[in-house]
Design a protein around this ligand. Structure first.
Ligand code: ATP
Ligand code: MG
Length: 392
């Protein structure tokens, strides 16, 4: 029988009555992720999702890598099905894991008997298969505590499955179970990480990027699109809302005190993000803000910039050190793109001495000089939407 992929469900199994809808969502997310890799049958049974290639043209390697990025899955393994017969299980283990069995010094067979009608219990199956493997590979010793190789045998409804070590899955909850949020994506290191972290909790993201031509270049915009593309492996297909920001930045520079420039600009970002949320039905905003990282991220500054919106602002990296954020960014594959040296609208017109402890009433007074409603409306009218499709 052909090799398949087995996925173990994470927290979804804890969700009581919601479990069915979680499993359905996860299964459909997996199906969508696998469209690039050939034709697969995907179904769930007993806290396990089965991914079975339907023909020889399937790219199992690619599908396996894609499955490791799907939220809601705690462990992933490739496995070989075989008939539910003790000798068939042994032969399957020997053939399928021959290379691993030769390389290991110590091993252990672990059996899971999900089919309670199977005549042997899991201990008996482990002993039987382990005994025959031991005869076949006399160099191997059994180590039940820390074996080099764990041979897994799972006796399930339709068949038995043999596999070696499982690898961790992406964890989290299936995308779509947690509603939709608007994530503010700059070209930096932090916001791809914050987007990933919120998506991991089952949230579908709408991405927003503010760009300020001619102060920010086409390459800077392409860099953000590339980051969004890198996130699709985790977050699925998304829409990037590209918001023209030049008029707003020029108006602030012209009419407001320099030391308040960044702060007032950030208030516009939040208003516009909320505007996009209203259009898309999103229920929260997400930023990569981190306490104390820059002048606009002190508690006072966050209070003043958050004050313009009604929706909750989720800031998953708020308490992290840069090093910790970078570690995640490397792991999820966005770091190399994030450090490409292009300008962001936050880096144009930056004040020499930004206000770190602003007062709301002062800020409100300065904003009187601006036509806030008109500026926001024109920016929202000029939004360009790009679909960020999942790459292979
Ligand atoms: P860095 O790694 O350089 O800190 P950053 O993404 O955190 O990158 P900041 O200037 O610290 O950049 O901005 C704080 C947050 O504001 C970002 O995490 C992001 O959510 C949002 N933001 C900043 N600039 C933009 C932009 N041009 N478009 C969309 N969101 C932005
Ligand atoms: Mg930052």
């Amino acid at each position: 029988m052909n090799e398949i992929i087995l996925l173990k469900l994470g927290e979804v199994v804890l969700k009581g009555l919601n479990r069915r809808s979680f499993e359905d969502k996860l299964t459909s997310n997996i199906r969508r992720r696998l469209t690039h890799y050939g034709s697969f049958r995907v179904y769930s049974k007993q806290s396990t999702i089965y991914v079975e290639p339907q023909d020889g043209a399937c790219d199992l390697e690619g599908a396996y890598a894609a499955c490791r990025q799907v939220f809601g899955v705690v462990a992933v393994t490739r496995a070989r099905p075989c008939p539910k017969d003790k000798d068939a299980m042994f032969h399957c283990a020997r053939n399928y894991l021959d290379r691993e069995l030769r390389a290991a010094q110590t091993f252990k067979v672990e059996t899971k008997r999900a089919d309670k009608k199977f005549p042997m219990n899991s201990m008996e199956i482990s002993q039987y298969v382990g005994g025959l493997l031991h005869d076949e590979y006399p160099h191997l010793r059994v180590d039940v505590h820390q074996p080099d190789l764990r041979v897994h045998v799972e006796v399930r409804e339709k068949a038995a499955y043999v596999h070696g070590p499982t690898q961790p899955g992406a964890g989290g909850l299936p995308i779509g179970m947690g509603g939709t949020a608007v994530s503010l994506l700059s070209g930096g290191i932090d916001s791809p990480v914050s987007s990933y972290m919120i998506a991991k909790r089952g949230v579908q993201l709408e991405l927003v990027h503010f760009f300020s031509p001619p102060y920010t270049s086409q390459q800077a915009l392409e860099k953000v699109c590339a980051l969004a593309g890198e996130l699709t492996g985790w977050c699925g297909r998304m829409t990037l809302h590209i918001v023209p920001f030049t008029e707003i930045q020029e108006a602030i520079r012209r009419d407001c005190p320099e030391d308040h420039f960044t702060l007032i600009m950030r208030r516009f970002m939040m208003r516009l993000a909320e505007g996009v949320a209203r259009r898309t039905g999103a229920k929260a905003l997400v930023t990569g803000e981190c306490l104390g990282q820059v002048a606009s991220q002190t508690m006072d500054a966050l209070t003043v910039s958050g004050q313009v919106c009604q929706l909750p602002v989720l800031r998953p990296v708020i308490g992290m050190d840069k090093e910790e954020i970078i570690r995640i960014s490397r792991r999820i594959g966005t770091f190399e793109t994030s450090i490409l040296p292009y300008e962001d609208c936050c880096t144009v017109f930056t004040p020499r001495h930004p206000k770190t402890h602003p007062h709301l009433d002062e800020v409100l007074a300065y904003e009187q000089a601006l036509d806030i409603g008109g500026l926001v409306q024109r920016a929202l009218d000029g939004v360009e939407r790009r679909t960020i499709a999942m790459g292979k």
